[in-house]
Write a protein that binds this ligand. Sequence first.
Ligand code: HEM
Length: 483
Amino acid sequence: VNEPLLELDDIQAHVLPGFGHEHQRLLGWRLPDDEPAAAARALLADLAGRATPARRGLADRAARRAVRRGRAERSRLSGRPSTAVAVSARTLRMLGHDDLATIDEAFTVGMSRRSYLRDPPAREWTVGGPGREIDILVVTAGEDLERLAGAAEEVCAVATRAGCELVHDQRARRLPGDVEHFGFRDGISQPVLRGVVDADGTPLVERAPMPVMPDHRAYAGPGDVLVWPGQFLFGLPRQSETDPVRAAPARRAPALARNGSLLVYRKLEQDVPGFLADTGRMAAGLGVDPERLRAELVGRWPDGRPLARSGSSSGAALNHFGYDTAVPDVPDGPCGADADPDGLRCPLAAHIRKVNPRDQETDKGPPSATLTFAILRRGITYGSAGDDERGLLFLCYQTDLVNQFELLAQRWANNPERPRQGLDNGVDLLIGRVRAGTPRRARLLAGEVSTVADWVVPRGGAYLFAPSLSALRVLAAASTGGL
Ligand code: HEM
């Protein structure tokens, strides 16, 4: 299969490969009522020079990995902060790019109008509420807090001079061991992008052939599912819905969208004491160990081992499993694991099973279709145990908000009878939202549990578009015609 060239100097590093830095600071700007287009251009002209390209993101990541594995000194890390930029549909309209502003129906109307997500009313949001919608989001990230503060100050100076108002200022920090606040390791399962990075056809991610897997051409290695890059970047081939290996045409979009991506940003506050107390009560009611009950809600143990692989020694094989069919031993690789079609080891309502049913047929069709719903998660934790507030800044990239993020959150996590149709297994108790006043239920291995509490409360956010670096320069340039 001929895979497309990924333009690493044009794609933003936050999309690919993501920021792995320890600290982040997110700055949300609102354009002034007076001459908003001029303000947007002034700020974007500066940001176009700051946004970090994928090539540098990949180099920084390789350096961080080498340090973590003891193969390089810490001083090898560049210490340079990374920056990402995303804009709202309103900003694109102000700049005269209506075609980009209407690239996706959910993006066009904005997150606060997507009532089927069952979020608290937007007037209660602390991010992006009425009159405080984010027009331009800047994500800065780095290892060194002082340099990060310096980079943020520079952005603030330019934005303020341009007349923009700071409507959101959020600090975030990775917790040790990359766990989220409920104590589970996060960021384990991600789609692997198909695509090459040079004229010689070097793939972005090296392939370790596994002829023992029936669909081995769909994997980069054990558990690493390949997905065509058009699911995450405009202008590139997408994933076929019917064949796990083949491509489908790119999503229709203006040429300026090429190498850009749609960003979901949601501030999700986590009530950790509430979660521990509630799950403790549930476990006592069913006579099971609370640790096990919590693992069943996630689908993994705190260290990341998948429940679906219980019984097989796991090692690093955190993604080498299927739900519908067993996976074989991989020579010189991980051992295989039995199937779990009916959720006897990993409940059907477990978070990871709700949002990625993997090889299991769903209400949306065969497993190959599920690949088209994948998202690139770029979330980071905020707050710590001593703070009033803590949780997850959920960020993810895709090219179709309705059929990727919203499908996972609304159609699957919130729905007791999906993705596996016909059986009432309950909602995803971590993120699932139900009609106000009704309890949230899920069927676990030892029986059904239910709660009226929300352990995760959405505090607002935004749907945004992260342009390519070349598109940022075009957006910042003065004349677009129609203005
Ligand atoms: C505070 C809220 C959330 C918490 C605590 C949480 C926690 C986790 C954990 C512990 C994992 C397992 C680690 C991994 O496989 O990478 C995971 C996986 C995942 N989560 Fe979440 N999550 C949250 C919100 C969301 C939301 C809002 C979505 C999207 C609708 C989402 C989508 C996913 C996906 C797609 C996976 C990977 C599943 C797989 O491929 O097996 N999560 N999450």
